[in-house]
Write a protein that binds this ligand. Structure first.
Ligand SMILES: Nc1ncnc2c1ncn2[C@@H]1O[C@H](COP(=O)(O)OP(=O)(O)OP(=O)(O)O)[C@@H](O)[C@H]1O
Ligand SMILES: [Mg+2]
Length: 492
């Protein structure tokens, strides 16, 4: 979670696609090419030495001058390649952000099209410049190689001429020798180019291995065992948690919930409610303290057995771009049609789906953009119902619904919630009163805990929240009038 909340998706995509592709292009064919060139090199060298070993030595004399600079050129290209890929990642990131549905909406609202265009053009230019720089980086090297491939024959003619005067060699032999020599330089220069390409690709390797070597933050204990089917007792023991080193988000949170109970988490925005619920499926690990489910520490069991028994409807549900059916099946791949319909009926979504021309096969668009906020929440609820978890977490799961549909959903969820432990973050009085335990969270601490009546009498933060927020069904944090609880909803 830390990784995904900090690393930009463009960076991840560049490493997985363009870096990997760069390595592939160097290595496909490289081995064949190395073998080919080494064979030509050896056979030619053999032929040269058998013709005239003195001339052969002279001809070989220039070869080191091909080879020495390859290391340097390789290093330079390594450095530039790393820089280029970093820039390319930036470009990908920009495309991702500006051309996504949320990004482009934001750009339109703030009329930032021009800035977005300029940003793109700028990074694009930088990537281009780096690519050019990289391909120019080896130019002087190739020039040097070419000079030496001309100098080699020159020396042979010179020394060969001397041997000819001494009557030790024929002109024909000198010509044959120079022709063969070119066959020797070719493979040497190709091999040194391969060396450069391979060195450059190390930059890409480094970027890919960065990720491959990364340690998983949340790991299973070596002796982790599957969590047996849950009864649903949840206990937080002095749980502290920090997203970063700088600040503790949760401080010594302790409470316990019996199977089947409903806990309401209330408190001002940013108090740590969502954070508490994120710790239960081990999306993050506690920094201190312990969370026990049915008396077992979360860290002792396998992640799959834990997470498969927990259902969450998030504050800001994410829906894949696909059909409604695909999104539902994501929660339970083997669900029957009847199960899908039942779940959607309980989530109060079935009727809406019926009105769509393509029904359950309607595409929902990127991030579910074609659905309203409330419809997305209901789809997310239907997913949770299909999953049939033993522990249920509802994070403002019905906040985007009108009071009537919310009340209908609550009614439909009631049998599900009755037999399961649930954590509900809500701002509506009806939900909070129904809870077996209310935890008032403030600045990452449980400041009050109890039932509605008890807390109300204590006349502290809960009372304040109650007066300002729950009583009227208004959102406390915004301080603006919200929807009133309708008489109909209250009745339900
Ligand atoms: N991924 C994260 N990295 C760093 N800090 C975070 C992260 N998520 C939340 N926080 C911080 O942790 C604190 C608690 O956040 P949390 O989401 O738990 O609040 P909340 O009680 O659910 O609020 P709200 O009612 O607005 O949803 C906030 O101050 C928030 O800025
Ligand atoms: Mg929250």
């Amino acid at each position: 979670m830390h990784f995904f909340s900090t690393v930009k998706p463009g960076e991840i995509i560049t490493r997985l696609t363009s870096d990997a592709e760069g390595i592939r292009s160097v290595f496909s064919g490289t081995i064949v090419s190395i073998l080919q060139n080494v064979l030509i090199l050896l056979s030619t060298a053999l032929a040269l030495f058998s013709m005239n070993w003195q001339l052969a030595l002279v001809g070989m004399f220039v070869i080191p001058s091909f080879i020495f600079p390859t290391r340097k050129v390789g290093k330079v290209r390594w450095r530039i390649a790393a820089e280029t890929q970093k820039k390319a990642a930036e470009l990908n990131e920009l495309i991702q952000e500006t051309l996504s549905i949320s990004g482009s909406t934001l750009i339109k609202i703030f009329t930032k099209e021009k800035t977005a265009y300029e940003n793109f053009a700028k990074v694009n230019r930088e990537v281009t410049a780096l690519h050019i720089k990289e391909s120019l980086a080896g130019r002087w090297f190739r020039m040097v190689v070419q000079i030496f491939t001309s100098i080699g024959p020159l020396i042979i003619y010179f020394y060969g001429g001397y041997l000819f005067i001494k009557d030790e060699i024929t002109i024909g032999a000198i010509i044959a020798f120079v022709t063969m020599l070119n066959r020797l330089y070719g493979p040497v220069s190709r091999l040194s180019n391969i060396h450069i390409d391979v060195t450059r690709s190390l930059a890409l390797f480094e970027r890919i291995f960065d990720y491959l070597d990364m340690k998983h933050e949340i790991t299973e204990a070596p002796n982790a065992f599957p969590l047996p089917p849950l009864k649903g007792r949840v206990e937080f023991k002095n749980v502290s948690f920090a997203y970063t080193d700088r600040q503790e988000t949760l401080k010594k949170v302790s409470f316990s919930v019996e199977p089947g109970q409903m806990v309401a988490l209330v408190g001002p925005s940013g108090a740590g409610k969502t954070t508490i619920t994120n710790l239960i499926p081990r999306l993050y690990d506690v920094t201190a303290g312990q969370i026990l489910i049915d008396g077992i520490d979360l860290r002792a069991v396998t992640l799959e057995s834990l997470r498969s028994q927990i259902g969450i409807v998030m504050q800001d549900p994410y829906i894949f771009n696909g059909t409604i059916r695909q999104n539902l099946l994501f929660a339970k791949p083997d669900a029957t049609e009847a199960e899908l319909v039942a779940a959607c009926q309980a989530a109060y979504l079935h009727e809406f789906i019926q009105t769509l021309p393509e029904g359950y096969d309607t595409l929902v668009g990127n991030r579910g953009i074609k659905l309203s906020g409330g419809e997305k929440q209901r789809l997310s609820l239907a997913q949770m119902i299909l999953k049939e978890p033993r522990i249920i977490i509802l994070d403002e799961a019905t906040s985007a619904l009108d009071s009537v549909s919310e009340a209908l959903i609550q009614k439909a969820l009631a049998p599900l919630l009755k037999t399961r432990t649930s954590f509900v973050i809500a701002h509506r009085l009806s939900t909070i009163i129904a809870a077996d335990l209310i935890l008032v969270i403030n600045h990452g601490e449980v400041v009050e805990a109890g039932k509605h009546e008890e807390l109300l009498q204590a006349n502290t933060l809960y009372k304040e929240l109650y007066d300002k927020q729950f009583k009227t069904g208004q959102k406390f944090q915004f301080g603006v009038p919200g929807r009133e609880e309708t008489a109909e909803a209250e009745e339900l």
